[in-house]
Each structure stands twice: as C-alpha cells, then as structure tokens.
Ligand binder design. Structure first.
Ligand code: 2AM
Ligand code: CA
Ligand code: CA
Ligand code: CA
Length: 263
C-alpha cells in the first residue's frame, strides 16, 4: 500500500469534487428531506458521492466506500481499504448559506485510520493528516494542541442540546456553557472538528453523529493530540451512529466527568 500515492490521489479527487460543487451552484438545486423535515439532502450530495465512488473504483476496485448517501455497496466491516465519505457535510449550510460546508473523508486500512481530510469547499481550504506523519492546514503543519483551562475554552455545541431533550441532561450542559469562555455552533460537524484540531475551538460535542461525519476528523485529531471519543469516553463506533466529542486533551476528561450525563 503506497500511502503517499493514495494521499495525492485523494487530494486530487477532493479538489475536483469541490470544483464540481462550486460550478453546480449555477444549476437548479433539488432539495429533499430525509429522516425529518430538517434533515436535508440534494442532488449534489448524491452526485458528489457517485463521483468519488467512480474515481476510487477506477483507482482500485478492491477499495470499499461507505458514504452517507448510500450510493456505494453495503460496508459491514473495516476489513481491507475502506473510504468513509461525507460528500457534503453541512448540507443545510450548503442550501441556505452557500458556504460553511465540507467534503470529509477518512481512509482506513484493516480498521486503522491512515489518511484524513476535511475540505472547506468554498474557501478551498484543506485540513489533512497522514497517521504517524503529521497534520496540515493547506501547506502549514498543524502543531500539537497547547493546554487550555476550561474557563478559557471556546466550545462548539448545538443549542438543541442545551434545551430539554431525550439524550442528555441539559441542565449540566447549561452549567458547561456558563463555565466556558464562549460557545459556537457552525452547523457542520466536520468544520467544528477542523476548528478543534487547529486550535480555533477547544472542544466540540454532539449527541448524534454518523461515521462519515467524524471519520476524517478523528484521523487528523490523533496527529495534533486532540482526543476524540463517544460521550461515554469510548472509541467512536465507525459502523453506526454514536455520541461524539473531540477536545483539547487538557479538558476532554473534565467535560465528560463533570458536564455530560447521558440519559
Ligand atoms: P450533514 O449536513 O452531512 O447531514 C448539523 O448539525 C451537523 O450534524 C452536520 O454536520 C450534519 O451533517 C450532521 N448530522 C448528522 N445527522 C444528522 C441528522 N439526522 N439531521 C441533520 N444533521 C445531521
Ligand atoms: Ca445528511
Ligand atoms: Ca455529515
Ligand atoms: Ca452529508
């Protein structure tokens, strides 16, 4: 397995896909809903996923692809080479704001994360990592995260989780929001993860994410020393939905222990 070559190929098709999405703004967007009225998908999400599948199968037909829109084959294990792809993370931002949406990809070899990518399509900014070799923001190496106090932390959290809900004790999260210096909510999980690995946020948590939301990000996280887990502190399960947190290592344990009480 030539990881350098695979990395160049992945970056090339990510940039090509980004160009296609930027060009597609001049066409009609067909917006549909999925699991609920706020869960959106467009023809561009699906077409982008199909684009990746075709390119990857041309490159090596043995590679498996797990994509959000399910346009590839069924992937039930991480045996072999598996690409976990979200063709557009932040579809609502894509539809409504025409910015702040990402292509994100994680490439796993026999279950081990090797290459991770988060690409801001409109800014043409790429966060990436190769396991054991470091992480980059475009051409600039990302540094190991420096310790931060919870009182000085800025965290990413969706306001939903600070209102009464079935997943988590929201009173505890209100305490967290009051303790930290500030909160942000960008509406694209991969973007918030990219901000944590580059020190622009100190933590990001969500009660419900899928493998494709986090696969690329957790590979980048390792290289900068960010801790990624589910909200029980276990490894995120890459074959199903799970709770999620990524944080600066100096506050990861503290947030889980003092502020997260799952129902
Ligand atoms: P998506 O845009 O690829 O669907 C929105 O808060 C963030 O959560 C986005 O990263 C979104 O990814 C993700 N998300 C995961 N599951 C979702 C769901 N069922 N409905 C809406 N957003 C979801
Ligand atoms: Ca979606
Ligand atoms: Ca997503
Ligand atoms: Ca998506």
């Amino acid at each position: 397995m030539d990881l350098q070559q695979l990395d160049l190929f992945a970056k090339d098709i990510i940039r090509q896909a980004g160009q296609r999405i930027r060009d597609a703004f001049s066409y009609d967007l067909k917006v549909e809903t999925k699991s609920d009225a706020n869960d959106l998908v467009t023809n561009i999400d699906r077409e982008t996923e199909v684009f990746f599948i075709e390119k990857i199968k041309e490159y090596d037909s043995s590679h498996k692809i797990l994509g959000e829109e399910g346009m590839g084959e069924k992937v039930e294990s991480l045996d072999g080479v598996v690409w976990i792809i979200d063709p557009i993370d932040g579809t609502m931002n894509f539809v409504k704001q025409h910015r702040h949406f990402m292509i994100t990809i994680g490439i796993f070899v026999e279950g081990v994360g090797k290459l991770g990518y988060i690409y801001d399509v409109m800014r043409e900014d790429l966060f990436c990592a190769m396991t054991g070799h470091g992480a980059w923001y475009n051409d600039t190496p990302l540094r190991k995260l420096k310790p931060v106090k919870l009182e000085e932390a800025v965290i990413g959290i969706n306001a939903t989780w600070v209102t009464p809900n079935k997943k988590v004790n929201h009173e505890k999260l209100i305490e967290l929001v009051r303790t930290v210096r500030g909160t942000r909510s960008y509406g694209a999980a991969a973007m918030e993860i990219a901000f944590v690995v580059s020190g622009k946020l100190d933590a990001y948590l969500s009660m419900r994410l899928s493998p494709w939301d986090v696969a690329g990000g957790i590979i980048i996280a390792q290289e900068v020393g960010a801790l990624a887990s589910n909200l029980k502190g276990q490894p995120f399960n890459l074959l199903m939905q799970d709770t999620f947190m990524i944080a600066n290592p100096s506050i990861h344990g503290q947030i889980l222990a003092q502020y997260v009480e799952l129902k």
